[in-house]
Design a protein around this ligand. Structure first.
Ligand code: PAF
Length: 308
């Protein structure tokens, strides 16, 4: 092959750059409520719709898949990054929860996010707060049963965020299915004007549901971690082949997981609307096969939705 002319070389590089550049413009970073309101209002005046993805940061492909959904459903996408203190119990990982704003901003830039709202704590919480939100029976089982105060903290901050961002659509991950269902109900009861969308669970190749907390797992725990999903899949397959009273099946999976080093918080089949455990499955209903378990100090959760 003959020598490539300098002009042709330059042209090739320019064409490559055009196709390889995955960067959008940098998102606008807002640190205060006033700032984010102003930026959003500027856009609303232009008649655009707002899609919102609330997060606690340490963004991974699961979060970015929610951004993709928001982009398809709204003109402008706002991502909030805020490690919310009120949803952590005193013995939980609030202090050590991964915080990596620069990395997250870069991920948001690549994903084409328009606005990142990353407030400090005092922007969202006064030093004394006189109001709280209580949740009734939706909170009795699953994560609500074992993490008292967790969902009260979640709905408190999501209320604040909805009032600040006033999104047309908000996207939450199905991995936190109880959170999605409680927020749906909250939106209905508090008359928030927002559509709640649930994005499917993103998984690693071996089936482990993506989570910011997966980075706590050591090598051995990481290898064992997909076991939780496999157990849920096994329960799903047995239900599909005719088991309508899953109690014994669940007990068996519980023991199997314990033998693999998991400390189980819960595994059960729950009614999708009441979020209560069910003894017998009935045709025409929606259920959640869900589990939470510790490997070492890391809490893993996962679920499978079934229309029965
Ligand atoms: O799912 C989360 O990351 C959090 O619970 C949320 C919804 C951002 C509230 O802090």
């Amino acid at each position: 092959m003959g020598e490539v002319s300098p002009l042709l070389f330059l042209l090739t590089i320019m064409i490559q750059d055009t196709f390889e550049d995955d960067s959008g413009d940098s998102p606008v970073l807002c640190k205060t409520v006033a700032e984010v309101r102003e930026r959003i209002n500027e856009r609303i005046k232009r008649g655009v719709t707002i899609g919102f993805v609330p997060t606690m940061g340490a963004l991974h492909d699961g979060h970015l898949s929610l951004v993709e959904i928001a982009k398809k459903r709204a003109d402008v996408v706002v991502v909030s990054i805020f490690v919310n203190p009120t949803q952590f119990a005193p013995d939980e990982d609030y202090e050590s929860y991964p915080r990596q704003l620069e990395k997250d901003l870069e991920a948001c830039r690549k994903a084409g996010v328009d606005i990142v709202f990353a407030p400090d704590k005092d922007q969202l919480y006064d030093s004394t707060e006189y109001f709280s939100i209580e949740i009734d029976s939706l909170n009795d089982h699953m994560c609500g049963g074992s993490r008292p105060g967790f969902f009260e903290g979640v709905v408190l901050v999501v209320n604040k965020l909805f009032n600040i961002v006033e999104p047309d659509v908000a996207v939450f991950g199905q991995k936190d299915i109880q959170q999605v269902e409680i927020i749906r109900r909250m939106v209905q009861e508090f008359h928030h004007h927002v559509e709640i969308v649930s994005g499917p669970i993103m998984r690693a190749n071996d089936g482990l549901a993506l989570s910011s907390r997966n980075q706590y797992l050591d090598k051995k725990e990481r290898v064992a971690a997909p076991g939780l999903y496999r157990s849920l899949q096994y329960i799903e397959s047995q239900i599909a082949s005719g088991v309508h009273t899953p109690k014994l099946l669940i007990q068996h999976q519980w023991s199997e997981l314990e033998a693999k080093g998991f400390k189980i918080d819960y595994i059960n089949v729950f009614d999708k609307h009441t979020l209560k455990p069910v003894e017998t499955l009935h045709q025409g209903s929606s259920y959640i096969i869900a589990g939470a378990a510790y490997l070492g100090n890391t809490r893993l959760i996962d679920n499978i939705l079934i229309e029965f």
